[in-house]
Ligand binder design. Sequence first.
Ligand code: URA
Length: 201
Amino acid sequence: MSELAELYREIQGCQKCVLGQSRSHAVPGEGPDDAAIMFIGEAPGFHEDRQGRPFVGAAGSYLNELLDRIGLKREEVYITNVIKCRPPANRDPQPVEIETCQPYLDRQIALIRPKLIVTLGRFSMQRYFPGASITRIHGQPKRVGNVIYYPIFHPAAALHQPRWRETLEADFQKIPELLAKLDEVEEGEPEWPQAQQLSLF
Ligand code: URA
């Protein structure tokens, strides 16, 4: 069994926090095990909990559409969440749940080694930009080591708020430029200092 498959098995049987008792299915994530781009959402919702797959409800359809508009297929990218089980009634994830689940996401990242991590919404942003406000830093990529972190709004939030929808769509349009920038870096541009804010746009 591959290390990723083993990790999925652990997540699917996890009982480390209370969410293990109320979920129908844990939702480890999906996508190629060598994806260059990883999208990290918040937590599974009703449909994800039913199917054991991330982003399969309304927010997922919108995410698929956004990917399509920039020429990416859903099957090409890796999609997961900060926490792997649905909080009851879709309440916010609790700090202890996020902390307990964190090693799973860390292991996913270590195995998949994405070059671009796109955080969807404030909960996944918080992990990489602690204390930041999404309304201030959305659309501003930051490179740490060999990984670019790119915080953007959550598709579900944008679906409910037309003003954010425009912003999310504009931020999404910058992803191809970021990918091109990653290729340049790989071809020998000098290392940027750790945690330097990139001003690509
Ligand atoms: N919202 C999320 O954050 N994740 C999902 O998987 C679905 C909806």
